[in-house]
Write a protein that binds this ligand. Structure first.
Ligand code: PDD
Length: 285
């Protein structure tokens, strides 16, 4: 087997048609999602991802019609039936299908779709360090909700791609917020800096692991305060974090070298600690 999908509990081929014309996810982007990595056939940090999913649902007032146990079971089934052991699972819940009208419909049943695909390896890029560019943050003011409305993120990522960069990091009113699909960290004089987890960024599961687990374990101080692009350009080290991105050192920022243009010592320690945590939770990376 390989990539497969799951709709409301039923395993399907990914080319099967599932969305109905008037699904609100399809027409309005009225839904939420999560992406969870699978290592060695086991989901990593699943509880944290599902906790965030329930929060996103609450914020959008979409009823939660699946329990954590059911969702965990769907993840297990996708892993088993796909036979994939290094993979990414995408989960989406939309408000459901109803005649098109902006306000919430009544008595609508949320629609769950999931898919599993092999994970991409970023090993070479991780060793060399990635290229990033700064772009204006054109998103709305509830970036803390993991909504499927991602147009501004897509435009940002496309700008990165056209610049030959791995990621576009967004800047709002001079302040560095986060990447189009990752969180942004910098190291200055041995201290880790990252944007506060407020409405302007997504509170990444990987970010939380770094801030609450890895940094304390490594004796690193974390500052969660806004900082501007000029401060970021003077950083000793820069890295990105995310479920697919994992910990990604940044070598070039808008064409200029970060530090000596190679993954720095603090970033390398965090990468090692993150890999160790995956091995601890999933048996091996
Ligand atoms: N993106 N910020 C944004 C805007 C994101 O979309 C993501 C994740 C992150 C990192 O969050 P986490 O560590 O929980 O993966 C930060 C997912 C992977 C995606 O859209 O594919």
């Amino acid at each position: 087997m390989g990539p497969i999908g799951l709709v409301d509990g039923r395993i399907i081929n990914l080319d099967e048609k599932v969305a109905v014309m008037e699904d609100r996810g399809y027409q309005f982007g009225d839904g939420v999602y999560e992406v969870t990595r699978v290592y060695n056939g086991r989901p990593f940090a699943l509880k944290s991802h599902m906790d965030r999913l329930y929060r996103s649902l609450r914020e959008l007032r979409i009823p939660a019609v699946y329990t954590f146990e059911e969702l965990a079971g769907f993840h297990r089934r996708l892993i088993e039936e796909s036979g994939l052991d290094s993979a990414a699972i995408y989960l989406q819940i939309t408000r459901g299908a109803a005649p098109r009208a902006h306000a919430f419909p009544e008595n609508v049943v949320p629609c769950l779709t999931m898919s599993i695909r092999p994970a991409k390896s970023h090993a070479e890029l991780r060793a060399a360090g990635a290229k990033i560019v700064f772009v204006p943050d054109e998103r709305w003011l509830r970036c803390d909700i993991k909504s499927i409305n991602l147009l501004a993120n897509l435009l940002a990522k496309q700008r990165a791609k056209e610049a030959g960069a791995y990621e576009a990091v967004q800047v709002r009113e001079g302040i560095v917020t986060e990447g189009s699909s990752s969180n942004f960290f910098l190291v200055k004089d041995g201290v880790l800096w990252t944007h506060p987890a407020n409405n302007l960024i997504l509170r990444g599961v990987t970010r939380t692991i770094i801030v609450e687990k890895l940094a304390p374990q490594l004796g690193l101080t974390v500052v969660e305060k806004p900082f501007d692009a000029a401060f970021a350009r003077k950083a000793d080290e820069v890295f990105l974090s995310g479920t697919n991105t994992e910990i990604m050192p940044v070598a070039l920022l808008d064409g200029d070298k970060v530090g000596d243009g190679r993954p720095g010592p603090v970033t390398s320690k965090i990468m090692e600690a993150y890999d160790a945590l995956i091995t601890q939770e999933c048996g091996r990376k």
